[in-house]
Write a protein that binds this ligand. Structure first.
Ligand code: IMP
Ligand code: MG
Length: 185
């Protein structure tokens, strides 16, 4: 799917496919260097992280294992509550393992902060975060994100794994939607 397929539903391309791929290679270079000689497990947070996991994993030169978690923050409304339910847990025992959580976006940071605490209670050798995107609100939660792709404005974005109502995940770029998509005509 590309911009032309979006027609008038697309407002803006915020980060192009080329910019994404260049950044992912850069992140992979840092991760290669930081984890050289170590046994690394990368953990993708479903479903938003599928694209970055697939591209990042292939850009890495170090051998990694891959696992997945699915979580949902519940509570009323569309904002994350910080109360998180695990829909799919890891298949892997992470005790004494180096773990890197790969996430699509940090908005409030509540989901990842919960997730990191949860993983830390399993006594990994280390647990770090790699997020493709970060919004300004994330500074409100004291969470240490080791790798960040792009800091973006506080706008709702779609594409490259990110959805609106489960759509637009298969765009190769990050974009914003035209207002009519949210609100009818
Ligand atoms: P938070 O950091 O706990 O507020 O929630 C982060 C999660 O909310 C992400 O993993 C996404 O699933 C979702 N999310 C936050 N901002 C956006 C956005 O702009 N587009 C699509 N999903 C988003
Ligand atoms: Mg997500």
């Amino acid at each position: 799917m590309d911009a032309a397929d979006m027609g008038r539903d697309l407002s803006n391309v915020l980060i192009s496919e080329d910019e994404l791929q260049t950044k992912i290679k850069e992140l992979a270079g840092q991760i290669d260097a930081d984890y050289a000689g170590k046994d690394l497990l990368i953990v993708g947070v479903l479903k938003g992280a599928v694209m970055i996991m697939a591209d990042l994993a292939r850009a890495l030169h170090i051998p990694v294992q891959m696992d997945w978690m699915a979580v949902s923050s519940y509570g009323a409304g569309t904002k994350s509550s910080g109360v998180v339910r695990v829909l799919k847990d890891l298949d892997t025992d992470i005790a004494n393992r180096h773990v890197l959580v790969v996430e699509d976006i940090i908005d409030s940071g509540l989901t990842l902060s919960w997730l990191l605490n949860n993983l830390q209670s399993r006594n990994p050798a280390s647990a770090e975060i790699c997020a493709l995107l970060r919004k300004p609100d994330a500074v409100k939660v004291p969470i240490d994100v080791k790798y960040v792709g792009f800091d973006i404005p506080s706008e709702f974005v779609i594409g490259y794994g990110l959805d609106y109502a489960e759509r637009y995940r298969n765009l190769p770029f990050i974009g914003t939607l035209a207002p009519h998509v949210y609100g009818g005509e």
